[in-house]
Design a protein around this ligand. Structure first.
Ligand SMILES: Nc1nc2c(ncn2[C@@H]2O[C@H](COP(=O)(O)OP(=O)(O)OP(=O)(O)O)[C@@H](O)[C@H]2O)c(=O)[nH]1
Ligand SMILES: [Mg+2]
Length: 346
């Protein structure tokens, strides 16, 4: 399945049906009176988070969504049919913003969560509605109300408990493949991974979701390399695993480069709990590891784990450290960035 994490769509709810002007006319019945029915309500445009989707690719192929209009009222007191709603199915973790992307309308973080984005117009009253003791034959009816139209932006931010960051070739995908059933592409050239990948990791009978994102390089916040837009997918993570390639020239510099990009991205990434690991310990000799660890420790101001994603050395310890943070955070409160749908109107 192709991956797409941003889309812009146009939506329009249905117009309400018009009310009807009609009078009862039957042989031998005089003064039959008004019997024009009301119009039906236009359909709503609804967004719903569903399980089993992890891309917005559907919205590349269709960008216009219109709910059906309500039918007009009819004679003999017949009410027009309501227009059918239209439901936009989006993956869990999708944020819906207004057209300029500045205002968050809703953050759909739980499966089944729904929000009405555009409400269908109400149907107009038919003339039967307007009869009174003084006006026995009203000759007017209400028109239906028009639907709403707006352009919205969908932005998928994957929901993972932990995210792996690091320079290209640090071994992020190798690590994900080693600890989960995910099978990301692995190769010894930079930018092997072009899209975020998720995997479920099991540690001591407990599970968490780990995300592997494309590598960051210096200047990613200005668009160098693949840019830093994929960092959106680790925004919701409770902990970051920062992998540093042990075979690189200077582990401390590599660490600082990635940290600088996290700082430049903002969105609270720099404040997240970070676990640092020096990878590829199998490929360098003991003296070199010692030196790299010292560099890394000075830069990160904490003790790094020394691991090898290939032969599994140290991986279990890293996973235990990750799950400890994840479980601690899970005990906390729910995502307070959620905007209640009722608080927002277009
Ligand atoms: N010797 C050794 N090689 C490793 C280890 N981990 C990864 N590699 C190798 O490093 C290369 C890059 O690994 P990837 O997992 O593709 O790196 P990545 O961080 O996902 O890279 P991008 O997706 O390009 O950002 C591959 O050739 C791996 O086989 C390790 O622990 N030891
Ligand atoms: Mg990769």
């Amino acid at each position: 399945m192709k991956f797409l994490d941003e889309a812009k769509v146009y939506i329009r709810s249905g117009d309400g049906g018009n009310g009807c002007v009609s009078f009862r006319r039957e042989k031998f019945i005089e003064f039959g009176g008004p019997n024009g029915g009301d119009g039906g309500k236009g359909g709503d445009v609804i967004a719903e988070a569903v399980e089993g989707l992890n891309t917005l690719i559907d919205y590349r192929y269709q960008q216009h969504f219109r709910a059906k209009n309500g039918q007009g009222g009819m004679g003999k007191d017949r009410h027009g049919a309501n227009g059918a709603d239209i439901v936009l199915k989006v993956p869990v973790g999708t944020q819906i913003c207004d057209e300029d992307g500045a205002t968050l309308i809703v953050d759909l973080t739980a499966p089944g969560q729904r929000v009405v984005l555009a409400r269908g117009g109400n149907g107009g009253f038919g003339n039967a509605h307007f009869k009174t003791s003084t006006n026995r034959a009203p000759r007017h009816a209400n028109p239906g109300q028009p639907g709403e139209e707006l352009t919205i932006r969908l932005r998928l931010k994957l929901i993972a408990d932990a995210g792996i960051v690091g320079l290209p070739n640090a071994g992020k995908s190798t690590f994900l493949a080693a600890v989960s059933a995910a099978r990301p592409k692995i190769a010894d050239y930079p930018f092997t991974t072009l899209n975020p990948q998720l995997g479920v990791v099991e540690v001591d009978g407990r599970e968490f979701v780990l995300a592997d994102i494309p590598g960051l390089i210096e200047g990613a916040h200005e668009g160098v390399g693949l840019g830093d837009r994929f960092l959106g997918h680790v925004e919701r993570c409770r902990v970051l695993l920062h992998l540093v390639d042990g075979t690189c020239a200077h582990a401390g510099e590599a660490y600082k480069t990635v940290r600088a990009e996290l700082d430049a991205y903002g969105q609270g990434l720099a404040e997240k709990v970070e676990i640092v690991a020096l990878n590829k310990a199998d490929a360098v000799d003991a003296a070199a590891i010692e030196q790299q660890v010292a560099c890394l420790k000075r830069a990160a101001k904490k003790e790094p784990f020394v691991i090898s994603a290939v032969n599994g050395q140290g991986v279990a310890e890293v996973l235990r450290a990750l799950i400890a943070v994840v479980e601690k955070a899970r005990g906390g409160k729910a995502d307070e960035r959620l905007v209640p749908a009722a608080a927002w109107r277009p």
